[in-house]
Design a binder for this molecule. Structure first.
Ligand SMILES: Cc1cc2nc3c(=O)[nH]c(=O)nc-3n(C[C@H](O)[C@H](O)[C@H](O)COP(=O)(O)OP(=O)(O)OC[C@H]3O[C@@H](n4cnc5c(N)ncnc54)[C@H](O)[C@@H]3O)c2cc1C
Length: 461
């Protein structure tokens, strides 16, 4: 449908999870909303990601007998943020998350939990399935009389009135610039800059040599548009790639890169010299930092049939059988043959695995202290049962988790900390929430929770 000609109440820039939530929330308050999408398809990173969101105090947690609370979540986020996450934003998440969960559920989005989970973050991760939440909200957007969705319509600039209030958005339509007025304001939900090499080179050059993942059009446009009006940015020093991306060269060639974690099911990780360099149970962000410093910034996951058998269908990075079917792994009857297929020195790989197996049998990983698998818990087990599998991996830049400074109402702040009137932001375009660490499931969570806050705030602004 068409709302007005070139005037609407609220313009939302970017149609991922945050944009859909913000648009529908503003429309609930009676606003006419224009939801812009740069690509031909909506979704961005939100329809690629695993689909797990962090919530506490939900009906599902209670049904699973999980003792949790907003206060505990707050403590976790302060700790994972390394003391530099903005507590105001952590508070906004903690205070808004349960209402957001209930609102999403009321929109027809079903959540599930891993019922066997006993440790964080899994006792808090509410799964929707890849992209399910965004696809459902898009259906609601299409049906909503107050919301107009426009694909292939990138926002390219923001305009202010004489009082400095953001009241206009310039968009590209068939190569021509067209201005839209937004009487209530603009919400930036354009995602991160994982595909924006220029910003990666500018802010985080150490991650230039990574596999670029994330929404195809996530080039950081919201950050540069906000920045051009004097907005501050936060958390740039803490951008970190994620270990485990298929490279698109060698194994997985010609296929869309994906994250895979056979190491959390028992695989060994070696570098180009076929040497181990870490405890394979290490969290994937920390492992990414170690991997980028290895020769050629590459690593290789090596495993055997019992590891493959621990494949988990529910979680794409652990669905090793699907990855094998889709051609992401080399397979061989011997370690020598596997080494050849991966371009590793067979003698060195065999020596590394033999040493590792000896350690595991003796009950101690003397090199890196990897816990030995026991009582059904994951960890080190001998790599000895053919067929053997492996793939070449580099850190993948999936998300950037750093961006515009905002307050708890998602008002974009300038470099002096003052709100830029009429301008809000939500989702991955926002910085300051994750701090120096990333707690799994809070990125999608942040898109939804902050999208809800921004959608409400832009109406009342
Ligand atoms: C492989 C992968 C796995 C992940 N796994 C998890 C996970 O398990 N848990 C978790 O919490 N998070 C995960 N994340 C991160 C999470 O998916 C993102 O942080 C989150 O989806 C961001 O949502 P968003 O709505 O802010 O941005 P996006 O969903 O990226 O949407 C932004 C949209 O804005 C559009 N856009 C960009 N520029 C413009 C412009 N100028 N004009 C108009 N539109 C524009 C983009 O095309 C895109 O559609 C993962 C990410 C990836 C890539």
């Amino acid at each position: 449908m068409t709302v007005g000609a070139d005037t609407t109440d609220v313009v939302v820039v970017g149609a991922g999870l945050a944009g859909h939530v913000a648009a529908l929330t503003a429309a609930e308050a009676g606003m006419r909303v224009l939801l812009l999408e740069k690509g031909d398809d909506y979704g961005g990173s939100s329809v690629i990601a695993g689909g797990g969101l962090i919530f506490v105090g939900t009906d599902l947690q209670k049904a699973n007998g999980i003792d949790d609370s907003p206060e505990k979540l707050r403590d976790t986020l302060v700790t994972s943020g390394g003391g530099v996450a903005r507590e105001e934003l952590i508070g906004a998440y903690v205070d808004g998350q349960l209402e957001t969960y209930e609102w999403l559920s009321a929109q027809g989005i079903a959540f599930s939990m891993d019922e066997s989970a006993t440790t964080e973050p899994f006792t808090r991760v509410h799964f929707t399935g890849t992209g399910v939440a965004t696809h459902r909200l898009h259906q609601l957007v299409e049906e909503h009389a107050q919301v107009e969705y426009r694909a292939a319509t990138p926002a390219v600039a923001l305009g202010r009135d004489d009082d400095g209030r953001v009241t206009r958005v310039a968009v590209l339509v068939d190569g021509e610039v067209r201005w839209w007025s937004a009487t209530r304001g603009v919400v930036l939900t354009s995602g991160g800059f994982s595909r924006g090499l220029e910003l990666v080179r500018t802010f985080t050059p150490q991650w230039t040599d990574t596999v670029q993942m994330g929404g195809a059009h996530n080039t950081g446009d919201g950050i540069t548009m906000g920045w051009s009006l004097g907005a501050g940015v936060a958390d740039m020093p803490y951008v970190a790639a994620t270990f485990g991306a298929t490279c698109g060269d060698g194994t997985g060639e010609g296929r869309e890169p994906m994250l895979l974690y056979p190491n959390y099911k028992g695989a060994v990780i070696v570098n180009r010299d076929a040497e181990r360099f870490a405890n394979e149970e290490m969290r994937y962000k920390e492992m990414g930092r170690l991997c980028i410093d290895q020769p050629g910034a590459v690593a290789f996951e090596v495993f055997d049939q019992p590891v493959l058998e621990r494949s988990e269908e529910l979680a794409a990075p652990l669905d090793l059988k699907a990855a094998l079917r889709n051609g992401y792994f080399e397979q061989a009857d011997t370690l020598d043959e596997l080494a050849d297929a991966l371009g590793l020195d067979p003698v060195a790989l065999t020596r590394t695995i033999e040493r590792y197996n000896q350690d595991v049998r003796a009950g101690e990983d003397t090199a890196f202290g990897r816990p030995i698998a026991a009582d059904g818990k994951p960890g080190a087990a001998p790599i000895e049962t053919p067929p053997f599998y492996g793939y070449r991996t580099r850190p993948g830049l999936t998300s950037t988790f750093a961006g515009l400074t905002v307050d708890a109402a998602m008002r974009v702040l300038d470099v002096y900390g003052a709100p830029i009137p009429g301008l809000h932001a939500a989702g991955e375009v926002v910085g300051g929430f994750h701090g120096s660490g990333y707690y799994s499931g809070t990125a999608l969570g942040k898109a939804a929770v902050f999208g809800r806050i921004a959608g409400r705030a832009v109406v009342g602004d």
